[in-house]
Design a protein around this ligand. Structure first.
Ligand code: GDP
Length: 365
């Protein structure tokens, strides 16, 4: 018998048209865009290993206003606390244009070269929410530092009151320290209240000033000068050097009029140029001399303890305030009571008492 393949009609192996195959990709499958939320322990492990991505995620939780984020953030902070504290924290303040970004860039590189470790640059800028403009600590403002492997730059938390913004920065310090950052800069705009907040979380408060028109000391709030552990006059370069030296003398004279600081340290006044990187080493010699000085006389520990105490009361105040103002009954009464006060129908004190009595009455229910 002939083999069937020898038949003329045999076409050999043919390829069937086949039928359409279903897609191997489940059409109902949606890729989750959001990553799984890490557990508290995963956060803590990541942070203490120095994982900057996890550190950033934890800071985002700290900054979040969502209560469920806050719960996790607080647990993470608590677990990181034993790993924190081992750093020097320096507050850096100056009016816009004083040269903070330029200076922090060179200061940062200097301290990283000077000794081993990592640097975190944080910020407190309560105005940033309103102005959306000057979000301090912005990476683009610190060109060299932002690409340095050992630096972590985080803009100011933007939401909330000064107290709230400052608390978040303080909590971020704890996380950064737990992640091995042993040098912390906290930047703020030198225009008022935010200095007090920064002062309450740093070991050394550095005030950047400019030599101006001869009236340097005017417009600088006495309170801010009193907080400073060091005053540095920037832009001492070109034909500005004499003016900067004159300003330094004026500041030194003014500081003599203040009572001796609790630390026993007499604040120094130096001139420098951030842009030309002149006099930067001397500034950091001063900071490290101060740290040695206050560690030796016990003030370093004392100041940190006082700060912890301050933040305990700050946290209580913040929670109480939120609880009061977020109470639905209070929210519904507030505008009316305010109106009554404005119209002269109620005194401020009676209106306050009405609201507080209502609030405490609610709590008892
Ligand atoms: P910030 O607003 O305090 O952060 O100030 P910037 O760092 O942005 O500096 C404001 C302006 O001052 C910029 O044009 C800088 O180039 C300039 N500047 C900063 N430091 C110096 C300095 O040491 N000397 C001179 N001549 N200009 C400087």
């Amino acid at each position: 018998m002939e083999h069937p393949e020898n038949n003329e009609a045999y076409k050999g192996l043919t390829v069937n048209a086949g039928i359409e195959q279903p897609s191997s990709v489940n059409p109902y499958f949606k890729r989750k865009t959001r990553k799984r939320q890490l557990t508290v322990q995963e956060f803590v492990d990541g942070i203490t290993k120095g994982d900057v991505t996890i550190l950033s995620q934890a800071v985002t939780l700290v900054e979040s206003v969502k209560p469920e984020h806050q719960v996790i953030a607080q647990e993470v902070i608590e677990k990181c606390l034993p790993y924190s504290g081992n750093s020097i924290r320096v507050g850096i303040s100056g009016v816009p244009g004083a040269g903070k970004s330029t200076s922090i860039d060179v200061f940062g590189l200097h301290v990283l070269e000077r000794s081993a470790g990592k640097l975190a640059v944080l910020a407190i800028d309560p105005s940033s929410e309103r102005s959306k403009g000057s979000i301090l600590g912005d990476k683009t403002r610190m060109e060299q530092l932002s690409v340095h492997a050992d630096s972590f730059i985080r803009p100011s938390p933007s939401a909330g009151s000064l107290g709230g913004v400052a608390r978040k920065t303080r909590e971020t310090i704890i996380l950064c320290e737990a992640a091995g950052f042993n040098k912390i800069f906290v930047e703020t705009v030198g225009v008022g209240q935010s200095e007090t907040a920064v002062h309450s979380m740093v070991d050394f408060f550095l005030l950047i000033q400019l030599a101006g028109t001869g009236d340097e000391l005017q417009g600088i709030k006495r309170g801010i000068m009193e907080m400073a552990d060091g005053i540095v006059i920037n832009k001492a370069d070109g034909n500005n050097i004499d003016k900067a030296n004159l300003a330094a003398t004026q500041f030194r004279n003014a500081l003599h009029l203040f009572p001796a600081p609790e630390s026993g340290w007499i604040p120094k006044v130096l001139t420098y140029s951030g842009f030309y990187n002149k006099g930067v080493k001397e500034i950091w010699d001063m900071v490290y001399e101060y740290i040695d000085f206050v560690k030796a006389n016990g003030y370093f520990e004392y100041r940190r303890n006082e700060q912890s105490k301050y933040w305990m009361y700050e946290s209580i105040n913040e929670k109480l305030r939120d609880s009061f103002y977020q109470n639905p009954l209070i929210e519904s009464m507030l505008a009316h009571q305010e109106q009554q006060v404005l119209q002269g129908n109620l005194t401020s004190f009676v209106a306050a008492k009405n609201l507080l009595d209502t609030y405490f009455g609610e709590l008892r229910k």
